[in-house]
Design a protein around this ligand. Sequence first.
Ligand SMILES: Cc1ncc(C[n+]2csc(CCOP(=O)(O)OP(=O)(O)O)c2C)c(N)n1
Ligand SMILES: [Mg+2]
Length: 630
Amino acid sequence: MGTVRLTVGQAIVRFMARQFVERDGREQRFIAGVWGIFGHGNVAGLGQALEELGDAEEMPYYRPQNEQAQVHLAAAFARQQNRLQAFACISSVGPGATNMITGAAGATVNRIPVLLFPSDYFANRAPDPVLQQIEHPIERDASANDAFRPVSRFFDRISRPEQLLASLPEAFRVLTDPAETGAVTISLPEDVQAEAFDWPERFFERRVWRVRRPVPEASDLADAVRLIMAARAPVIVAGGGAIYAEATDALASFAGRFGIPVVETQAGKGALAWDHPMNAGPAGTNGGLAANRLAREADLVICVGTRLGDFVTASRTTFQSPEATLIGINVGPMDAHKQRAVAMVADAREALCALEAALGTAGYDGTDAAYRARIAALKAEWDDVVTRLRTVDGAPGDLGQAEIIGLVNDAVGGHATVICAAGSLPGDLLRLWRAEDPGAYHVEYGYSCMGYEIAAGLGVRLADPDPAHEVVVMVGDGSYLMMNSEIVTAVAEGLKLTVVVLDNHGFQCILALQRSVGVPDFGNELRFRDRGRNRLTGPYVPIDFRRHAEAMGALAIQANTPAELRDAIATARTADRITVIVVPTEPEKRLSGFESWWDVPVAAASGQASVRGARDAYEQKRSLQRTDLQ
Ligand SMILES: Cc1ncc(C[n+]2csc(CCOP(=O)(O)OP(=O)(O)O)c2C)c(N)n1
Ligand SMILES: [Mg+2]
C-alpha cells in the first residue's frame, strides 16, 4: 500500500479538493474554496497547507473580515447552489473559532452545508494555557469549541492525525446528505495541524458522493393519494426543500394540473413564480390574505420540504379546520413527521412526480370548480393589495419600506436575487417581492440572523458570477451596523452587488413588536441618551451611512426620492464594484398583519394598563393554537 507523507493541514486540503458530488448525472467538485482568518492557531497548520498546496489542488483561499461573516457567506453560497457546492471555513483558536458559532447555528437551522475547521488548544498540552485557551477548572478536556457541538450536524476533534482517516469521509457524507446536512465541524488542535503522517494514497483518490433522491414508499404514496382524493380544500406549503431538490417544475405541474393552491414560506418563496395561477402567496405570521384564508380553511395540508417553523404556522394557528390533516413530504424524517403528518420521507421531486402519476392513474382530476374559482378570486384580491402597497404614494421624501421594495423590485426585475435576513424587511419582502424563479429570493429566516445580509450577498454573487444576473441585498440600518465589513471583501475580490440600506433609525420591527405587547417605546431606536431621564430618549443619532460605505471602498449613493432610487439602481448596474444605496425610510409607514398572529409572550402581571390589555388579547389568540396537531 503506497503512502504519502503530509501534515494534517496538507492532508485536509488535498482530501477536500478530491471530493465530488453527483446528482441527476451532473458531477462537480464539492468544496469550491476555503475562507479563513489566520492566527497562531492555524497559520502554521492549515495556513501553511493552503499556501503550499492550494494552487496545485485548485483550492483557492479567500480572506474575509470576520469569521462569523465567512460562515454566513459560505452558507449563502451553498444555498444558492441548491446545496451541491460549499465552502470550507477555517479559523484560529479562541475568539476566531467562537466567532463561527453563530454562523454554524444558522447553517444548521437552515439545513445548509458548511464545513468548519476551528483551531483548538494543544493536544499535547505542553504550553497550556495557550493564548486564548479557556481553562475549565474541572473538565480539563473541555474547550470553547465544544460550543460547536449543539449547533453542528457532525462534530469531531482530531487529537491524532490518523483520526482524520475516519473523520473526513464521515464529514463529507453528512455534508452531502440532504437529510443530515448542516454545519460540519472538525476541531483541530494547533499542534496536530502541523504534525506529519504517512497517509494511504488511496485516501486521496477522487470520491464522488451521490446526493440521494429517496423515493416514497408505496404504502405512504397510497395513503397520500387517498387523502388527496378525499380532500375538499387542499393546500400545498412550499418550503426550501422544494427548491433545493429542484422540484419546482414538478410542483408547478402538480399544483396546476390538480388545482391545488401553493402557499409560500420564506425559504420556499420563488418555488413557483408569483404570477403562477396556483401561487396564493405567503402563509403564516408574515403571510398574505389569500394564503392565510385558504390555509385557515384547508382540510388537507401537503407540506413539501418545509420545517414548519412558527412563522408559517403562525405559532400553530394557520390551519384552523378541525379536520385539517397534514401530509409531510420531506427528505428529513423529523420534518416529515411534524404535526401528526402522514409522512412521506422522500425527495420532494420524486415524491411530487410519483404522486402526480399515482393520482392520474387513480382517475383524480383535481379540486372542484368552486374551489378553483375561490383560489382565483383570493389571488386576484391579494395581488391587488400587493400592487397597492408597492406603489409610491405620499411626498417624495417620505418613502415607506413597502414602496422602497416595490421600487427596487421593479428596477431589478423578478429574476435578480434579493437577499435579506432580519428586521421588518423579511416579512415585507415575503409579501411584496415578486420573484419569478427559484433563485430569485434568498431570505434567511430560519435563524433570522442580523449580519447575514451583506456577507450572504457575496456568497450569492460567488455562486452566480454572471454580471447580467443582479444581486441585491436589502438590509436594515440595525443589521448594517451589526455587520458591514464584508463590503471591504467585496471590494478586494471585485465582487459586484448592490446593497440597499434602509435607514429608519434603528430596530423598528422590534419597536413595533414591543408596542404590540403593550410596552411603551424602550431601547429600540438609535437615540442619544437623555441624561435627565437616563434613558435612550434623546434625538436620533445621525449616521452618514453613505460616507461610511464609501470609506470602505464601495460606490455609495444617497437616494432620498423614488427618482433618486431608480437612478441609483441604474448606476449600480453599470458600476464596476459593489454599490451601497442609502435610503431614508419613514419608520411609521408599517405594514399591518393580514389575519395572522405570532406567539410572543406578554407579561402576565403589570402596573401598566396597556400591558394588561395586550395580555388579554394574547390569551385569546393562544386559545387558537392547534395543540391537537402534535
Ligand atoms: C444577531 C441578532 N440579534 C438580535 C436579533 C433580534 N432582532 C431581530 S430584528 C432586530 C432589529 C433589526 O433592525 P434593522 O436591521 O434596522 O431592521 P428594522 O427592524 O428597522 O426593519 C433585532 C434586534 C436578531 N434577529 N439577530
Ligand atoms: Mg432599522
